[in-house]
Design a protein around this ligand. Structure first.
Ligand SMILES: NC(=O)c1ccc[n+]([C@@H]2O[C@H](COP(=O)([O-])OP(=O)(O)OC[C@H]3O[C@@H](n4cnc5c(N)ncnc54)[C@H](O)[C@@H]3O)[C@@H](O)[C@H]2O)c1
Length: 313
């Protein structure tokens, strides 16, 4: 029997809620609906144990993980009628190097640290990455802050034989993946791109934070689409959308003899679920790489990220 992957999570927000609930859902139902890869290195979707969790809010610290994931401002819907206690008590996290010893000690028994705090706080991201390095665990940066794009950090993880995955996860079926695919199709069919833009609206705490603090996210979204012609409208926070994201993609192109071709696409998805569907793969890729002694960046992760190493910061 395979040993479950042991993951610690930073941030008990919507994405962690969707992930933790989804793990319980897939274990309970045995379903494979919505699963990208049923098995990675022998690890199934349910073969992941959350062994530690870090948060800052007093509504979450000290609570059982299965209670904390429903504390506001989290607003991802419940996937199961009820969840028994997880047996994992949420611990206070860190914002800089202060408190790092406590976090390093709490990572004993974990193989992977999934960093799922708000984007736009690169110092905090680096402090957790340093703690993972000291604890000897793999690190996944799901935020748009540069961690895997920092060559000194990547070298340090590689030298220690520890995987480092990042930056910024690309949702399972989100605007980035759809937009990139449309532009590739245009190219494949011989059309010439004239201009293209994206509009993203959402009602989560992530959107609220990114509207106020868009610094690292905008470039990461451009990296994900892979065209220097793409324009990103400022993100819109609309609380009534709750965990739903609504995106509009516009593509203007030229076809035969310069005749115009215009495309408008509207996508509506549950945003944290799109993140969970990718985090479940990233965790298993990280655990498998760690177990095989492969440090540094696993190339297998590239398709699941907006800004892998080598892309612009
Ligand atoms: N589809 C997606 O949802 C998607 C896609 C790509 C990237 N991301 C990124 O994933 C990350 C998580 O998204 P989310 O929707 O769960 O965000 P969220 O705001 O719901 O959750 C983040 C949580 O981290 C907590 N936190 C803040 N500072 C912390 C610290 N120093 N230590 C521990 N916890 C801390 C916050 O209190 C909050 O509960 C964000 O950076 C987001 O930009 C999300």
């Amino acid at each position: 029997m395979i040993n479950n992957a042991k993951v610690a999570v930073v941030g008990v927000g919507n994405n962690t809620s969707a992930l933790v609930q989804g793990l319980a859902y897939y274990r309970a139902t045995g379903s494979e609906v919505g699963v990208h890869r049923p098995s990675i290195a022998g690890l199934g979707v349910g073969d992941i144990d959350v062994v530690a969790a870090f948060a800052l809010s007093d509504d979450k610290v000290g609570k059982d993980l299965h209670e904390a994931i429903f504390a506001p401002p989290n607003n991802v819907p419940a996937l199961l009628p009820s969840l028994p206690p997880a047996g994992v008590t949420v611990q206070r996290g860190l914002v800089d190097e202060t408190g790092a010893d406590r976090v390093v000690a709490a990572l004993a028994g974990a193989e992977v640290l999934l960093y799922s705090a708000p984007s736009g706080r690169p110092e905090t991201a680096r402090a957790y990455a340093a703690a993972a390095l000291r604890a000897g665990v793999a690190f996944i940066n799901t935020t748009s802050d540069p961690v895997a794009r920092d060559s000194s950090l990547l070298d340090a993880f590689a030298a220690a034989g520890l995987p480092l995955i990042g930056d910024d996860l690309a949702s399972q079926f989100g605007t980035s993946v759809l937009h990139r695919t449309l532009l590739r199709l245009l190219d494949e069919r011989g059309l010439t791109l004239t201009s293209t833009y994206q509009v993203n609206l959402g009602g989560t705490e992530d959107f609220r934070n990114l509207v106020e603090n868009p610094n690292t996210k905008k470039q990461s979204k451009v990296n994900a689409v892979g065209s220097d012609k793409v324009q990103m409208a400022p993100l819109g926070y609309l609380p009534q959308l709750r965990s739903q994201k609504v995106a509009h993609i516009n593509v203007e192109a030229q076809g035969w003899a310069g005749t115009p071709v215009s495309l408008e696409v509207r996508l509506r998805v549950d945003d944290p679920s799109g993140a969970a569907g990718v985090n479940v793969d990233l965790i298993r890729v990280a655990a498998a790489a760690l177990r095989s002694g492969a440090g540094g960046y696993p190339a297998e992760a590239a398709a699941l990220l907006k800004s892998p190493p080598g892309t612009a910061v």
